[in-house]
Design a protein around this ligand. Structure first.
Ligand code: ZN
Length: 241
């Protein structure tokens, strides 16, 4: 069975004149959908901020195994009730991949419980993403590192809880380093944060970056989903005394 992926995008930058629109004329979500579709392993839908309920209705979420999230300048416009629904879905098993500036999204901050602040600089730094967990399924088919000619610098300190697995450390020309690929478990859900993907660079056309997102979507695909979160009161002990 194909993995059901919903690619959610804020889709504001690419609707204004400028570099993001030149690079992603149909939006970042469509560029991500295209390479996921090309594998034949996913059933991919998209949703955007300005759709009713941000395109994340109960029906859409019920039919999502893995949600991918790109956002930057309108985090506060995402309705709290939608964030609440997505949060519950993750705890019940839905996978979540948060990309780039999604680190400041309401959903990521809620799942992390910290500010998720980081250092940043837009100065055409080149970046080298070093693999720090070579046996991890997310880096299957990736060499020792991924080289990006241009990317926005994201630097430590990145205010997140210690990841359950760290698969990339990014190094930037300016000297900063960053935990660029972080895995977290929350409830039954798996979360992957992946740093590359500034809107003025063609990062999502890079084959290695595409491979990581494809691998991450497979890794985050739930092995078990539950219908509701329960805390059973077990009155009878397993062992009789
Ligand atoms: Zn950015």
């Amino acid at each position: 069975m194909k993995i059901k992926v919903t690619v959610w995008n804020e889709f504001r930058h690419e609707r204004e004149e400028g570099k993001p629109k030149e690079i992603y004329p149909e939006g970042i979500h469509m560029a991500i959908k295209a390479f996921l579709d090309s594998t034949g392993e996913f059933e991919v839908k998209t949703a955007t901020l300005d759709e009713p309920e941000h395109g994340l209705t109960d029906e859409v979420l019920d039919n999502t195994d893995v949600l991918i999230w790109w956002a930057h300048k309108a985090h506060n416009e995402v309705q709290d009730d939608v964030v609440e629904k997505v949060h519950k879905k993750v705890l019940k098993g839905m996978g979540l991949i948060v990309l780039h500036s999604g680190h400041h999204s309401k959903i990521f901050k809620k799942l992390m419980g910290t500010s998720c602040n980081l250092k940043w600089r837009e100065a055409n730094d080149n970046e080298r993403l070093w693999v720090t967990d070579p046996a991890h399924p997310i880096v299957e088919g990736i060499g020792e590192y991924i080289e990006l000619e241009n990317e926005e610098m994201y630097g430590e300190f990145f205010d997140i809880p210690a990841p359950d697995a760290l698969v990339f450390i990014g190094w930037f020309k300016g000297g900063e380093v960053f935990r660029s690929g972080c895995c977290f478990n929350r409830g039954y859900g798996r979360i992957f944060y992946f740093q590359p993907g500034h809107e003025t660079y063609p990062t999502y056309y890079n084959k290695d970056i595409q491979k990581v997102i494809i691998n991450a979507a497979k890794w985050a695909n739930p092995t078990k989903k539950i219908d509701r979160l329960i805390a059973p009161n077990i009155k009878e002990p397993l062992e009789k005394t």
